[in-house]
Design a protein around this ligand. Structure first.
Ligand SMILES: *[C@@H]1O[C@H](CO)[C@@H](O)[C@H](O)[C@H]1NC(C)=O
Ligand SMILES: *[C@@H]1O[C@H](CO)[C@@H](O)[C@H](O)[C@H]1NC(C)=O
Ligand SMILES: *[C@@H]1O[C@H](CO)[C@@H](O)[C@H](O)[C@H]1NC(C)=O
Ligand SMILES: *[C@@H]1O[C@H](CO)[C@@H](O)[C@H](O)[C@H]1NC(C)=O
Ligand SMILES: *[C@@H]1O[C@H](CO)[C@@H](O)[C@H](O)[C@H]1NC(C)=O
Ligand SMILES: *[C@@H]1O[C@H](CO)[C@@H](O)[C@H](O)[C@H]1NC(C)=O
Ligand SMILES: *[C@@H]1O[C@H](CO)[C@@H](O)[C@H](O)[C@H]1NC(C)=O
Ligand SMILES: *[C@@H]1O[C@H](CO)[C@@H](O)[C@H](O)[C@H]1NC(C)=O
Ligand SMILES: CC(=O)N[C@H]1CO[C@H](CO)[C@@H](O)[C@@H]1O
Length: 826
């Protein structure tokens, strides 16, 4: 292999940073007591965020991790995804975005700790929960229970991962970043149906983990019966009421859901910053010492990695870093302030004596005291009303569903419901690349299905069977697509014969297209019993059924056994007087995948088979191809696939994942209006939006997929769509807003090195409304706008102390609590 100059510089840089690391890293001892993790004997507060390495690119990792660190994290957590690393038994892949070791080293280089959830069952809305398909096909295997075949494979892979990180000195006692390791995952939630075998399995997991001698504690999340020394931990939207199963285990929260994932056909979930902050502050108020945000960066399900069925390609999760790696504001900033405060209270939170006082009406005061100094939390669990309380002789009002933090037990320096961090409204800006035409030029190619529709397929990936088979078992899950084709001779004397009959197909899903004598006669999604009228000929009739999966299930007891495809059927023709002809035991011709998949059309540079004339739109089973210039700049790139139906997309041969802009959520925007109330227990169906647009219209194109000159986009459109509206955009901050109380500091920043160009609104007094609808109130200072313009316009970021001395006299009465509200344009 030849090293280019660039490679050489990179390699040289790596050597340098490795040298640097060796000199900086020293063995770290990790243990725990009932209060906290002990790192080199010191109790620590750990604030961690989940970033799943295959859901971004290796080029994005340093920036994501840096933004996590800047947001106040001291640890990054990830699952390990078995099915991408061992796609075929004992054949491994740790390349590119699957380079776990490089990811862990990037965390280490940033000076953060790592939490490694080996599992190797991951759940994670990941295809098949992370299990490789070959595992389920081993004779005699039963997953996640006391089964020797399974345990042998689990042990083999877990050992491989542990050996790999040991070899690279990545465990804390070796000077590496890994302070915790996890075995299994949320098994306690679903172990009931496994009975005694499940209990034995939990013991076995613990023993196996112990035998691997990682030198750091093991955790088992959602596992009340986790045997010592496993530490059982909590996952959920709130974990304040969680208590570990052993007095020697610290209270740790391995999944605090910062938002929620999205499914095709559903609206977009949101979880307000105020409620995430409330849940974290409550957790620390009640003795928690380790929190992990699930997700801190959700990212993208590239390729066919999304679980489900029906999990979208975007795994944005409403996380503090958005799908593309931008700061999601105010969530990121509001939590950053909380983290700084909690870390500053580390000593007292991990050592203090705790006194709790019920102040009535849902309000609780918690005081941590050590050596005569105290820190306090005042919480109000009431979802409807503010609490006015007197605590240690001082009066406080605590907004509904919030926690105030008083590091000196006197002054409130943070309240979870009062957000002073800026709000950033993101915009997708048009591609400004030079000489890029308004509309892209497309060529197309039909997926050749004629043989199949005639019932005559032959060749590679084709075989016959006299029954209806389970789909993923047949395909090995290397493709979404499986054709089931049969033909039936019918003559007019057949008792069930009538000219018009019903074709009835019972499928477990996920998507079905039914063709009869070459014509598409029906389609449907989910598991369904499709019944469509067909015109039967008194001769040979061909039935071709295309079944497509949309991500395999990832959660639940025995989820791996959930069938896919037209397994067992029945497939029938129903005719005269409801007499039926059952075709389930016919000779079925199976065709695994598409011709285009066999050819890897998306990676091919052979243009000869593409047609550039008479572009066909609204045509199912069609490949499209275009070239485009990369948008200028560094900002994240997305492609707008509005107009298309359903399929998969590739840029320069790399998969962007499945697309499905034709799928809209149920149109019930009405009622309740916009806005979202953070108060009251969050559930994944609260605060939904996006009811009037495709579940997912925009698809992330990582910068590292792009070349400076010409780029290629290939689409496979399965149901019919129009690519003429497709265009590329960059995602960037459009509008900034902030609303900050007197005595605090307002901070504003655009993105990267883009300056603030204009202040559209600034009022210091009692301004009303919210971002994009601010109005001045009853009183304001005369010169606030000028002061903000002077401090911010032309700068990439600015900071203003909200006080009369910086903004001028407000002319508000004494009873008015003053604020500065600003709306700015980047
Ligand atoms: C995993 O299995 C392979 C054989 O399939 C064996 O060679 C290897 O030693 C096993 N690894 C461990 C850690 O057991
Ligand atoms: C409390 O004071 C004692 C005695 O001065 C000291 O040893 C200890 O480290 C202090 N503890 C904390 C948490 O500050
Ligand atoms: C902190 O609290 C004390 C007592 O309530 C008060 O006198 C003092 O002004 C407060 N300090 C600040 C900076 O708000
Ligand atoms: C999967 O296919 C194999 C043959 O390839 C068969 O022996 C096995 O029974 C199938 N399993 C299921 C669940 O259909
Ligand atoms: C029609 O089908 C029946 C039963 O398969 C067969 O016995 C008969 O010979 C067929 N008639 C014609 C005209 O093909
Ligand atoms: C359709 O298939 C499902 C799952 O395989 C089965 O439970 C159901 O009984 C079938 N329905 C009919 C009408 O056969
Ligand atoms: C055929 O089945 C349908 C649906 O089950 C029923 O409504 C109809 O009455 C039946 N027709 C005859 C002739 O039995
Ligand atoms: C804001 O006030 C703090 C102290 O209260 C001071 O250290 C800081 O310099 C001030 N910042 C600006 C931009 O005036
Ligand atoms: C019990 C439960 O719902 N667990 C889910 C928690 O959230 C994670 C992340 O979304 C999922 O992977 C689990 O299935």
């Amino acid at each position: 292999m030849k090293l280019s100059n660039m490679d050489f510089q990179r390699a040289f840089g790596l050597v340098l940073s490795l040298l640097l690391l060796c000199s900086l890293t020293s063995p770290t001892e990790v243990s725990h007591d009932g209060r906290a993790l002990l790192i080199n004997g010191m109790r620590r507060v750990i604030i961690s965020g989940s970033i799943h390495y295959p859901r971004s690119t290796a080029e994005m990792w340093p920036d994501l991790i840096r933004k996590g660190k800047e947001g106040g994290l001291n640890a990054i957590e990830t699952y390990v995804f078995w099915n991408i690393h061992e796609p075929r038994r004992r054949e491994y892949n740790f390349q590119g975005n699957y380079d776990l070791i490089r990811f862990l080293k990037t965390i280490q280089q940033a000076g953060l700790y790592a939490i490694l959830r080996i599992g190797p069952y991951a759940c994670a809305e990941w295809n098949y929960g992370g299990f490789p398909m070959w595992l389920q096909q081993l004779p005699g295997v039963q997953l996640r229970t006391d089964n020797d075949v399974y345990k042998n494979e689990m042990q083999n892979f877990t050992t491989l991962i542990v050996d790999k990180v040991k070899k690279e000195n990545l465990l804390a006692p070796q000077g590496g970043p890994i302070i915790l390791t996890q075995i299994e995952n949320e098994y306690g939630n679903i172990m009931g149906p496994y009975g005694e075998a499940g209990k034995k399995y939990v013991q076995w997991c613990a023993n196996t983990a112990e035998s691997l001698k990682v030198g750091v504690p093991w955790i088992m999340c959602q596992q009340n019966d986790a045997p010592q020394p496993m530490i059982n931990t909590c996952n959920g939207f709130y974990c304040d009421e969680f208590t570990p199963n052993n007095p020697n285990s610290p209270k740790m929260w391995t999944e605090n859901w910062t938002g929620w994932f999205k499914k095709w056909g559903q609206k977009t979930p949101h979880r307000m910053a105020e409620d995430v902050a409330f849940s974290v502050a409550r957790f620390f108020q009640t003795g928690g010492t380790l929190v992990n945000y699930y997700m801190y960066h959700g990212g993208t399900n590239y390729g066919r990695t999304s679980g489900g069925p029906f999990i979208t390609t975007s795994y944005d999760y409403d996380a503090p870093l958005d799908e593309y790696g931008n700061l999601r504001q105010p969530k990121w900033g509001h939590l950053k302030q909380l983290h700084a405060l909690l870390i500053s209270m580390e000593e007292i939170l991990t050592h203090g004596d705790v006194t709790t006082t019920d102040l009535g009406g849902g309000a609780v005061a918690t005081m941590y005291t050590v050596n005569g100094t105290s820190a306090c939390f005042l919480s109000n669990n009431n979802a409807n009303s503010e609490a006015s309380v007197t605590f240690q002789g001082n009066k406080y009002s605590i907004p509904a569903w919030s926690v105030s933090i008083l590091p000196d037990c006197k002054n409130v320096t943070y309240n979870t419901a009062i957000v002073s961090a800026q709000t950033s409204i993101m915009e997708n800006k048009p591609n400004k690349a030079e000489s890029e035409p308004e509309q892209l030029e497309w060529s197309w190619r039909p997926e050749n299905v004629e043989d199949i529709l005639r019932g005559e397929s032959t060749g590679k990936n084709v075989f016959t069977a006299t029954k209806l088979l389970e789909q993923k078992n047949v395909t090995g899950d290397v493709t979404d697509y499986l054709w089931y084709t049969t033909s039936v001779e019918i003559n007019e004397t057949d008792p069930f014969y009538s000219k018009e009959m019903i074709l009835s197909v019972n499928t477990t899903g996920h998507i079905l297209y039914a063709f009869f004598n070459g014509m598409l006669v029906g389609s449907g999604r989910y598991g369904l019993n499709l019944e469509v009228p067909v015109n039967v000929r008194p001769e040979r009739n061909v039935i071709a059924l295309l079944s497509a999966t949309v991500g395999l299930p990832n959660y639940g007891a025995y989820f791996e056994l959930a069938p896919t495809g037209i397994v067992g059927g029945p497939v029938k023709l129903i005719g005269n007087g409801n007499q039926t002809k059952d075709l389930s035991a016919n000779t079925w011709i199976y065709r695994i995948g598409l011709n285009g998949e066999d050819e890897q059309i998306w990676a091919s540079i052979d243009d000869s088979k593409w047609l550039s004339d008479s572009l066909q739109v609204k045509r199912g089973m069609t490949w499209y191809k275009t070239t485009f210039k990369a948008p200028l700049g560094e900002e994240p790139v997305v492609v707008d696939l509005q107009g298309l139906g359903k399929g998969q997309a590739w840029v320069n041969g790399q998969s962007l994942g499945r697309y499905w802009p034709a799928f809209m959520p149920p149109n019930d925007c009405g009622g309740g209006g916009g806005g979202c109330d953070y108060r009251g227990a969050y559930k994944s169906d609260r605060c939904l939006d996006g009811c009037d647009q495709p579940t997912q219209r925009w698809y992330h194109v990582p910068r590292s997929f792009l070349k400076d000159d010409q780029n290629t986009l290939v689409l496979f459109e399965e149901m019919g769509g129009n690519p003429l509206q497709v265009n590329f955009r960059t995602v960037t901050v459009g509008t900034l807003c902030a609303n900050v109380n007197e005595g605090s500091t307002m901070e504003l920043a655009c993105q990267g090195d883009r300056p603030i160009s204009q202040i559209q609104f600034a009022s210091y007094g009692d301004p009303q409304g919210s971002c994009k609808s601010f109005k001045k109130g009853t009183c304001e200072a005369d010169n606030a706008l000028a002061a903000v313009q002077k401090a911010c316009v032309g700068k990439t970021s600015c900071s203003i102390n909200v006080s009369e001395s910086t903004l001028g006299a407000s002319k508000c009465g004494d009873g008015v609590s003053k604020r500065l509200a600003v709306e700015a344009v980047c």
